[in-house]
Design a protein. Structure first.
Length: 234
């Protein structure tokens, strides 16, 4: 039984600001989160997501070396593994350009409750990405209904302003909401980090962790004000 799990697998072809490249790197929110979880705990960690017949052997070897449970990884014999250019800038900005067809990418990145392996439903926590305009509410409701602590990280900033109700719906379907500064500002308007965090808390997020690299911080309501699910995040 896994203690924590995550989802989404992408193969990254990285272009550094000085022109150097690192091709065929195991990326996506799932592996990156799993690597972070492994640094934090030696408890079993699971990974969900779809891959194709072109999944690099080296990527599989990385998962095996870290003893990541891949019961939740679905292998499609036809659709290629999601792959993207990741173009990095000196100031930390990153531009992602998909290299695989939209249909294949959407097929592999989709995660419905029925695609989560039965043993994973006993996990303590899940970390996953979410589209601000199209949150996967069916999955989030199912996970929290099973008593699993849910941490959400937006895939990107909202492409257009969301209504107050839509923002509330997004941030209240998790135990920890973790945007970066641009993603947070796209939801609640511009402001300094403390203002952004407080606006998200006011919108209903139980806890907020702004992703700011070395300057990152977290804040939330006192434990007594959170549901039992958020207590499992500790």
């Amino acid at each position: 039984m896994v203690a924590y799990f995550t989802s989404s697998i992408i193969i990254d072809d990285i272009v550094m600001p000085d022109g150097r490249t690192a091709l065929g790197m195991l990326g996506g929110g799932g592996p990156q989160s799993a690597f972070g979880m492994r640094l934090w705990t030696q408890q079993p960690i699971g990974l969900c997501g779809g891959i194709g017949p072109d999944f690099p052997p080296a990527a599989q070897a990385w998962l095996a070396a870290l003893e990541i449970d891949t019961t939740g990884v679905r292998v499609d014999p036809v659709a290629p593994t999601p792959r993207a250019w990741q173009v990095m800038e000196w100031d930390g900005r990153r531009t992602q350009v998909w290299r695989t067809p939209n249909a294949a990418t959407s097929h592999h990145l989709a995660l419905r409750p029925d695609l989560v392996p039965a043993p994973y439903w006993q996990a303590r926590g899940f970390h996953g990405g979410v589209h601000p305009e199209h949150p996967n509410l069916a999955l989030l409701q199912a996970l929290r209904g099973a008593g699993i602590c849910v941490c959400l990280e937006p895939f990107r900033a909202a492409a257009q302003p969301l209504s107050d109700a839509a923002v509330r719906e997004l941030v209240t379907h998790c135990d920890l909401f973790s945007p970066n500064l641009s993603e947070a500002a796209s939801l609640v308007g511009p402001g300094d980090p403390d203002v952004l965090a407080m606006r998200l808390l006011d919108a209903g997020a139980p806890r907020v962790a702004l992703r700011m690299g070395q300057e990152g911080r977290s804040c939330g309501a006192p434990p007594a004000m959170n549901g039992s699910g958020s207590q499992r995040c500790k």
